[in-house]
Design a protein around this ligand. Structure first.
Ligand SMILES: Nc1ncnc2c1ncn2[C@@H]1O[C@H](COP(=O)(O)OP(=O)(O)OP(=O)(O)O)[C@@H](O)[C@H]1O
Ligand SMILES: [Mg+2]
Length: 270
């Protein structure tokens, strides 16, 4: 069941750390499992006792739809936060993490804010009040390098890059690197690349094996951590259709362990 939280409603942040990890899941290519991983990692971080907020920054609002409610039913969304600079309305879900929804109105943001000098900093500013409340803020980024993605890169401490084991996924990740450097140099000096996560990997396909090797070679050479690959499994689609994290759909699924481990590694992120 979805319910709206009033600021201060939620239980205390678990750790001692004064700074939340703010992690953007980004790949310029579409269908790389950004939304899937955002939701599943939020779920496992919450299971590990962390206080977690998910933020939907995609105009298609898939993260919001996966919370099992129509995006048009929300009276305030991330759009109101970014454009009208209203305090964010936070919602809770059945999986012990909170979220800020989006809907298709977000697609007008770029045009509406075109004259605003501070536009790139608006998400960062909007999340400030939540740093004391949450251990992790996980941002589901859109599959392009427009203003919404730049806002995400300015706001986050780390980027995690899911990469489908295909050429499209690899290119989407590589094409992002110059923008990453640029944002780090000019807009967010603390920005770090937490690593890449190969996704939808089918070890029976030689093509996938080859692409996984390429991912290891190219990113490890650049000293970018490569997480263990997440396999291609129909149960991810089945869980998606029921708007559930994989573990809530099938707690014994083999990929649940991989997701848990990645979530554990995020706890040690510097
Ligand atoms: N490991 C996996 N095995 C099989 N299917 C998967 C896996 N991971 C994700 N999927 C499926 O792939 C589809 C796309 O995933 P998702 O929406 O998370 O990608 P995305 O990168 O967020 O896409 P977009 O760029 O459109 O935002 C979904 O239907 C999801 O269920
Ligand atoms: Mg998505």
């Amino acid at each position: 069941m979805i319910s709206m939280l009033h600021f201060g409603d939620s239980c205390e942040k678990s750790g001692e750390s004064p700074v939340s990890h703010i992690i953007g899941l980004f790949n310029q290519a579409s269908s790389q499992a950004k939304t899937t991983l955002t939701i599943n990692l939020c779920y496992h971080l919450a299971q590990q006792g962390k206080k977690v907020l998910a933020v939907d920054m995609d105009t298609h609002a898939w993260l919001t739809k996966q919370m099992n409610v129509s995006p048009d039913e929300f009276l305030t969304t991330i759009y109101d936060v970014l454009v009208n600079q209203e305090p964010a309305s936070i919602f809770s879900n059945d999986y012990q993490f909170d979220f800020i929804p989006a809907n298709k109105q977000l697609s007008t943001l770029e045009a509406v804010l075109s004259q605003s000098n501070d536009r790139q900093f608006r998400l960062k500013k909007a999340l400030m009040p939540f740093l004391k409340e949450y251990d992790y803020i996980m941002i589901d980024c859109p599959p392009n390098l427009g203003l919404l993605s730049v806002m995400c890169m300015v706001a986050v401490t780390h980027v995690l890059v899911p990469i489908e084991t295909t050429e499209k996924g690899i290119q989407g990740a590589k094409d992002f690197l110059p923008t990453f450097q640029n944002v780090r140099q000019n807009l967010n000096k603390k920005l770090k690349l937490a690593g890449v996560i190969p996704t939808k990997y089918d070890g029976r396909r030689s093509h996938h094996k080859l692409k996984l090797e390429t991912i290891h070679k190219s990113f490890s050479k650049a000293k970018i951590p490569v997480y263990p690959a997440i396999g291609l499994y129909t149960d991810f689609e089945n869980a998606w259709d029921e708007a559930k994290p994989l573990a809530a759909y099938n707690s014994k699924h083999i990929a649940v362990n991989s997701l848990k481990k990645i979530a554990q590694e995020l706890v040690d992120l510097q």
